[in-house]
Structure formats: structure tokens, C-alpha cells
Design a protein around this ligand. Sequence first.
Ligand SMILES: Nc1ncnc2c1ncn2[C@@H]1O[C@H](COP(=O)(O)OP(=O)(O)OP(=O)(O)O)[C@@H](O)[C@H]1O
Length: 262
Amino acid sequence: MSTRRLDIEALSVLTRRHDGPQALVSGVSLHLERGEVLALVGPSGSGKSLTCAAALDVLPPGTVRESGSVLVDGKERAPMNLRGRLVATILQNPRSAFNPVRTMRDHALETLRALDLGRTDRDARIEASLLAAGLNDPSRILTLHPFEMSGGMLQRMMIALALMSEAPFLFADEPTSDLDLLVQRDILDLLERLKGERGLGLLLVTHDMGVVARLADRVAVMDRGRIVETGAVEEVFHRPRHAVTAGLVDAHLSLYGLERAA
Ligand SMILES: Nc1ncnc2c1ncn2[C@@H]1O[C@H](COP(=O)(O)OP(=O)(O)OP(=O)(O)O)[C@@H](O)[C@H]1O
């Protein structure tokens, strides 16, 4: 486990409107260690997804990265050297991430194309990744098209593809929000296990404080494009310092008829 740490430094994203540029993400800095889960939380539209996209240079049309850099173990890395090599990604709606006319084997081969593996090593890595992601019977799964699989299976397949790349870091943008509660629980269990077993460093974008409480070690809170608070999960839940954090925690507790201790 030679790679240890990823730093996002002073990341800013703009959109150009008719009345001039508008900042969507402003000077965001975060660090992520192997073997930890950092949750990036904040209200809808606060800039969580754009932060991840900007770090990997996969911003949507109409937005541009104005400044910022990503360092791995202190060394600046170009986005093309991060994507899929050092940082794997899993997204909110797994169905939209798969090509509908391709099988799971095609997707696996595409993921491994950049790695110069012999056929035996390649097939072994594909099978081991599917099994590690909880997809038993890999040879059958690899013949399936996306429409033949449930949302939960597709999310496991996204995780399997991330594992195949052997990237030390994983950015997961709302990985459970489209799944039913039981499948959500299974996927969170799986991510937690992979953090422990593989020492993955996981940046988890979510607005679900239940997911944060369940999985995260540290939390960074965003509001209107800026990081307004970071801290250990316990600390942030018990002593939120920013009004946005307090609002997120209180909204979560109120779902269970609870209030924050004074
Ligand atoms: N392609 C785009 N062009 C212009 N503005 C955009 C674009 N994509 C996102 N935005 C704006 O940037 C801001 C941040 O969006 P982002 O998707 O990062 O928020 P988020 O915190 O991930 O929200 P959610 O929790 O709802 O997914 C929002 O105001 C959004 O409307």
C-alpha cells in the first residue's frame, strides 16, 4: 500500500452566464487518506458533485475549472493520470453509466484495456473483482446486459469495475440514493468492508446524514460552493459549528423524532 494520501487544493469552478462568470465551487481544499471514508455533505446544489467532477476533469458542459490541483502523496497529478488509475468512480444512477448494448464482460474488458495484462491474469482479476463486489456466479453475470440486471446488481458491478482498476481511491457520488433500503444497506456494508480489506480511501458524496453516521470517519460540509466545516463524524454530529451543518444534523435526527443534546 505505497500510495497514502490524496489532496484536492484550491479547486474553483465557474459557469459563464450572460451577465458574467458565476462561481459554482470556490477554493475547495480536501484531503483523503487511504483506509478512511471522507463524506462530502451539503444541501442540494452546494457543489459536491462539481467538486468531484472538477478534480477528475469531467465537468459537465457549461462549467470550467478555473483553478486547483490534485496531489497524490504530495505530487501534482494530471486528471488523465488520476481517472481510473489512482481514482475510480461510482455514480448515483448506475444504469446510466453502462452502455445498454454491451455485456458486463465488454465493460470489464474496457476497464482493463489500459492495463497490459495477459489473458489469464485479466480473467482472474475480473472474476475476483466480481466476487469481491458480492456478484456470485461471475461467469453468468458477465454475459448479461444492463437491462437484465437490477439497480443493486448494477451498482455492485460499478464497484467491481472500480476494484478491477486497483485504484487506491474511490469517489462515490450518492452511490445508494436510487436503491431500495435493503440494497442500500448491502452496498454500504460492501463499501465499508472494501475500505478495511483493501485500504481504499473513499470520498463519499451524500446528503443523507444516516449514510454519514453509518460509514464516514470524517465529514466536510459544503454550502454555496465552499467548505464551511470539516471534522470527525462524532464531533460534527454532536457539536456542529456551522448553521448548515446543524440544519443537516437536526433534519436527520428529526426523522427519528430525536433532537440534538443541548
Ligand atoms: N452544467 C452546469 N451548468 C451550469 N450550472 C451547473 C451545471 N451543473 C451544475 N450546475 C450548478 O452548480 C451548482 C452545484 O451543483 P452540484 O451538482 O455540484 O451540486 P450538489 O451539491 O452535488 O447537489 P445535489 O446534492 O443536488 O446533487 C448548482 O447550483 C447547479 O445548479
